[in-house]
Design a protein around this ligand. Sequence first.
Ligand code: SIN
Ligand code: FE2
Length: 216
Amino acid sequence: MTGDLFESENEQPWAEPRGEGVVVLRRLARADAPTLLDDIQKIARQAGFRNMITPGGHEMSAAMTCAGDWGWVTDRKGYRYQHEDPQTGAPWPAIPERFSQLAGRAAEEAGFPGFQPDACLINRYEPGAKMGLHQDRDERDFSWPIVSVSLGLPIVFQMGGPKRSDKPERILLEHGDVVVWGGPARLNYHGVLTLKKGSHPLTGPYRYNLTFRKAG
Ligand code: SIN
Ligand code: FE2
């Protein structure tokens, strides 16, 4: 390992407010990243990454899996949360304790104490993958925020407003960065631009994203 990597692992996190209800907690997940990535691999051995189909019939370019009481799925029938992985019929793997701790800490630092997520979506992007502007609105209670953790290759995140036509702000998200949005920003449109090719010491050609939600 290079001295560089060692130093950046010890970088102190800092908060970057991005308008009402949105904060980027830079590097907050960096120290935990190796164990988070191990846990992702464990989850993926039970509930594999898959490219789901949108109700409109398009294959999503990000591969996904889930952990928690509720997992988010999409197919021809629509978007929804369900208790079982449609691929196996088994319940989704549990959210690892250190995932929940990180999500709770991030939410608290963003001004949302007491956050206990019951759904964790795990996205895996390879070069060329992206996610268009959308709202996260399949959850029951919008008073809880979304906590989003970025691992591996950097990507440009877009944070818009509550209307699709609101011009999104572009935010470069790097390894270990956490974005929290809630309150007046909870239904903001957001997405990520196309992942560029690269190689990250911990994730190789991929970017992983964890989003924590209170779904049920
Ligand atoms: C999402 O909106 O579900 C994912 C966003 C991201 O990958 O950063
Ligand atoms: Fe989203």
